[in-house]
Design a protein around this ligand. Structure first.
Ligand code: ADP
Ligand code: MG
Length: 581
C-alpha cells in the first residue's frame, strides 16, 4: 500500500487533469517510435481516455514492469540523467496514472507472436494475460480520479477538460509533424492530421491555409550546441494575444521568458499589445539544458543561456531581414501555396487596423516616389519609372510642429516623422545586403581621436560601418580617419556623428556578437542615431513622400526597437468617443 500512496503523491505532480495524462501517454508513444497516434476521450477524458500507437510495443516482462515505480527502460545510468533524448525519463508516469484510475495496457512487439494485457485498478495490479493485438500499444485509462474525490472536484466542465486535451495534442502534433495524430471525442473525429515532412503543412492543418501561406520560413541557424528553425508570421499579421506563439525545445513546448525575450529582440521588439505568430523549434544539445526540472513546468534551465538566446535572436532577425529583402522561401522541400503578394515587392499596405484583419483584402500601394532631394542618387533607389499613383491618404495638417496628420477613407492617422525615418533608414541599410550601399567621399576626411581603451571595439565595429557605406581607416595608433559616409545619409557633422555612434558600442550599451558579426543590431543603432539628429520641421515639409516611403517598408508600423511610427484612429472609434450614431 505504501507503493500506492507514494504513487498517488507522485500523481499529484504528474497527473493534474486529463490533459496531463494525455501528455504522458503520448510522450511515451513518441518515445516508442510511433508513426501514428490515436487519442480518444469521453466525458472530457474522465470516463475514458485511450491512446493507441503503432510503436515498438513491450514484451511481457516490460509490460508487467512498466506499472511499477521507476520502471523506466530509458534511464540506463546516472549519466543518462544529463543526456535526455527521450521525452520521459522518470519512470513515474504510468504508476502515477495507475494509482488514480483504472488502466488497461495491451501491447505487442512486432516480433512477438502474441501480445500482453496488464490491468491495474487504483494501484492494484492484476496478473498479465495473453492478448491478440496489432503491434504497438493501447493504453486505456478509465474513471480518472475515482479514488481521489478532491482532485476530481477540481476538474472543470467536460468541455473545458476536452479543450485542454485537444490543445495538448495539438502541441504534440506541431512538435512532431512526421507523426499522424487522430483525436476523437465522444466518438467524433475532431482532427486527423496526416504525417508530413513539411512543417508548414502541419501548421496549416491547425491555423488554416491562408494564414500559413503568410508564414516566413526561418533558415535553419546553427551555433555550437543549438539549432534554430521554424516559421514566423510577419508583424503585419500579428495577433492581439499569444495564442499563436509556439516554441519547442527538443520536441517539447516551452514557455520560457528568456527565450521569448530573445525572440522579441530578434523582432526588434513587438509593438505594444501585438504578438506575431511564432513556430520556433530549438534543438539543443541535451547536455546544455535541464528540461525535467519539474514534470509539468514549461520553463527550462540552460547551462549557457547566452549562446542559445543569441542564436534565437539572430535566427529571427535574419529571417525578417531576408523577408524584407524580398527573398522567397524557395528552398523549401515542398512549396507552400503561393503567397498573396509577389515576393519581389514585399509591401505591407496600410489599413487602419491591418494587423487585426489579416484576411481582409489589402490595398495595393503606389510605387516608390522619386528619391528625395537630399539623396545623391547613387544610393540603390528602387524607383520605378511609372507614374506614381496617389496615396489613399490626404495630408491635413501638422500637430504641434511634431506630428503629421493624415486622413483616409477609414479615419485619421498621426505620423511621427523621426520614428518613420528610423524605420526607413533601418530597412534601407538591410537592403544593402542585396545591393551594396553607395558611399559618398568626403572632400576633407574627418579625423577621430579615440580613447586607447575603445580602439579594439571601434575596430570590431568597422566591418559593419563599412557594410553601411562608411569608409574608415586607421590613422596613427589611436586615430581613425573617416573618408566616406553612406550616400543616402547626408551628414552635417560627420566626426561627432561617428564618434557618438561608436560610443554606443564602446560604452557597452549594445554588444555585437563577435563571431557572427550580425549587421542588424548595428543597423538598428545607426538608424536610431541618424533619425535622432534629423530636423523634424524639414521632414514635416514633405509628409506625403515620407508616408509613402514608410508604407513601402516591410514593417511600417514601428521602429526597429518597437516604438510606433503611425497612430491610427478609425472613424468608428472617433464616433464612439463622440457618442455619435
Ligand atoms: P518513462 O517514460 O519516464 O520511462 P513511464 O512511466 O512513462 O516512464 O513509462 C514506463 C516504461 O513503460 C517506459 O520506459 C517504456 O519502457 C514503457 N512504455 C510506456 N508506454 C509505452 C508505449 N506506448 N510503447 C512502448 N513502451 C512503453
Ligand atoms: Mg513517460
Amino acid at each position: 500500500m505504501d507503493e500506492v500512496l507514494a504513487s498517488q503523491v507522485a500523481a499529484g505532480e504528474v497527473v493534474e487533469r486529463p490533459a496531463s495524462v494525455v501528455k504522458e501517454l503520448v510522450e511515451n508513444s513518441i518515445d516508442a517510435g510511433a508513426r501514428c497516434i490515436r487519442v480518444e476521450i469521453r466525458r472530457g477524458g474522465v470516463s475514458l481516455l485511450k491512446v493507441v500507437d503503432d510503436g515498438c510495443g513491450m514484451g511481457r516482462a516490460d509490460a508487467e514492469l512498466c506499472l511499477r515505480r521507476h520502471a523506466t527502460s530509458k534511464l540506463l545510468d546516472a549519466a543518462g540523467l544529463f543526456d535526455i533524448r527521450h521525452l520521459g525519463f522518470r519512470g513515474e508516469a504510468l504508476p502515477s496514472i495507475a494509482s488514480v484510475a483504472h488502466i488497461d495496457i495491451t501491447t505487442r512487439r512486432a516480433e512477438d507472436l502474441e501480445g500482453t494485457r496488464v490491468s491495474c485498478d487504483g494501484g492494484e495490479a492484476e496478473p498479465p494475460m495473453s492478448a491478440g493485438c496489432a503491434p504497438g500499444t493501447e493504453i486505456c485509462v478509465t474513471n480518472l480520479f475515482f479514488n481521489t474525490p478532491v482532485r476530481r472536484k477540481f476538474l472543470k466542465s467536460d468541455d473545458t477538460e476536452a479543450g485542454h486535451v485537444e490543445h495538448q495534442l495539438k502541441l504534440h502534433a506541431l512538435a512532431f509533424p512526421n507523426i499522424r495524430f487522430v483525436f476523437t471525442r465522444e466518438g467524433q473525429v475532431v482532427f486527423d492530421v496526416p504525417a508530413t515532412h513539411d512543417l508548414r503543412r502541419r501548421i496549416a492543418d491547425f491555423i488554416g491555409q491562408a494564414p500559413a501561406a503568410r508564414l516566413m520560413r526561418m533558415r535553419p541557424t546553427e551555433a555550437p550546441g543549438v539549432r534554430v528553425s521554424g516559421y514566423l508570421m510577419p508583424l503585419s499579421a500579428a495577433n492581439r494575444n499569444r495564442r499563436m506563439q509556439y516554441i519547442f525545445l527538443n520536441g517539447r513546448p516551452i514557455d520560457d521568458p528568456i527565450v521569448m525575450r530573445a525572440v522579441r529582440d530578434g523582432f526588434g521588439g513587438f509593438p505594444t499589445g501585438l504578438h506575431p505568430g511564432l513556430f520556433i523549434y530549438l534543438e539543443v544539445d541535451p547536455a546544455l539544458v535541464d528540461v525535467n526540472v519539474h514534470p509539468a513546468k514549461r520553463e527550462v534551465r540552460f547551462r549557457r543561456p547566452s549562446e542559445i538566446t543569441l542564436a534565437v535572436t539572430d535566427a529571427v532577425a535574419a529571417t525578417l531581414a531576408a523577408h524584407a529583402r524580398g527573398e522567397s522561401d524557395a528552398d523549401e522541400p515542398s512549396p507552400a501555396p503561393p503567397p498573396e503578394q509577389p515576393a519581389e515587392t514585399p509591401r505591407t499596405p496600410f489599413k487602419l487596423r491591418p494587423v487585426l484583419e489579416p484576411s481582409q483584402e489589402e490595398l495595393p500601394l503606389p510605387p516608390a516616389p522619386a528619391p528625395a532631394p537630399a539623396d545623391t542618387g547613387s544610393a540603390p533607389a528602387p524607383a520605378p519609372q511609372e507614374e506614381p499613383e496617389p496615396l489613399p491618404f490626404r495630408h491635413i495638417g501638422t500637430l504641434h510642429d511634431t506630428y503629421a496628420i493624415f486622413e483616409n477613407s477609414e479615419g485619421l492617422v498621426l505620423l511621427a516623422p523621426r520614428a518613420a525615418r528610423e524605420r526607413i533608414i533601418f530597412e534601407r541599410l538591410l537592403a544593402g545586403n542585396r545591393h551594396p550601399i553607395a558611399s559618398q567621399r568626403l572632400l576633407v576626411p574627418e579625423i577621430l581621436e579615440m580613447d586607447a581603451r575603445d580602439m579594439g571595439i571601434a575596430l570590431e565595429v568597422k566591418p559593419q560601418m563599412e557594410q553601411a557605406g562608411f569608409l574608415i581607416s586607421l590613422f596613427g595608433r589611436n586615430t581613425l580617419r573617416v573618408e566616406a559616409v553612406p550616400a543616402f545619409l547626408p551628414l552635417r557633422r560627420v566626426a561627432s556623428f561617428v564618434q557618438e555612434l561608436l560610443l554606443i558600442f564602446t560604452r557597452g550599451e549594445v554588444r555585437l556578437n563577435r563571431s557572427r558579426a550580425p549587421f542588424e543590431p548595428f543597423a538598428m543603432q545607426l538608424a536610431r542615431q541618424y533619425a535622432r539628429q534629423e530636423d523634424i520641421s524639414a521632414l514635416l515639409q514633405a509628409p506625403l513622400p515620407l508616408l509613402a516611403e514608410l508604407l513601402r517598408c516591410e514593417i511600417p508600423y514601428c521602429t526597429p526597437t518597437g516604438k510606433p511610427t503611425l497612430l491610427p484612429f478609425s472613424m468608428s472609434e472617433i464616433n464612439r468617443k463622440f457618442q455619435a450614431q
